[in-house]
Design a protein around this ligand. Structure first.
Ligand code: FES
Ligand code: FES
Length: 157
């Protein structure tokens, strides 16, 4: 019987790994089920909420919309890759310190979107910060605290 499996090799948060996976598995499920990287969340499963945001080869993507096999030999950064020496990254601390994480479900995706912005634009305006998280839904915070957290990590121009 045909197994419909694929051997996938990717680099996740700097570490290369290889796994045999069902060919139709999403990148989100691959991260959560095969690699046990459960920081990346599933919200809508259809590209609407941004809870599953990760950085794939330098692009911010919704991992629920991408097949894991599309990431063959590519580099992925997830929220787990931000922590340093067992401690929180300054951006994660900024979210915590500004009350930008309440239930926390959207937070990993928000932080990846914020990181993507700050890596490209270290001194964003509030408008730019708001646009950067436009694809990420939060039911708790009203977004103001999230924008404040992002701006607290902005460098003075
Ligand atoms: S779970 Fe991927 S966009 Fe909502
Ligand atoms: S903190 Fe609850 S959905 Fe954003």
């Amino acid at each position: 019987m045909k197994t419909n499996k694929t051997r996938l090799r990717v680099t996740v948060n700097g570490e290369t790994c290889e796994k045999e996976i069902p060919t139709g598995r999403s990148l989100l499920d691959f991260l959560r089920l095969d690699l046990n990287l459960t920081g990346t969340k599933e919200g809508c499963g259809e590209g609407e909420c941004g809870a599953c945001s990760v950085i794939l080869n330098g692009r911010l993507v919704d991992s629920c919309l991408i097949l894991a096999v599309e990431a063959q030999d590519q580099e992925i950064q997830t929220i787990e890759g931000l922590a340093r020496n067992g401690g929180l990254d300054p951006l994660q601390r900024a979210f915590a310190g500004n009350g930008a994480a309440q239930c926390g479900y959207c937070t990993p995706g928000m932080i990846m979107a914020a990181k993507y912005l700050l890596d490209r634009n270290p001194s964003p305006t509030a408008d730019e910060a708001l646009k950067a998280i436009a694809g990420n839904l939060c039911r708790c915070t009203g977004y103001g605290a999230i924008v404040e957290a992002i701006l607290s990590r902005a460098k003075q121009p």
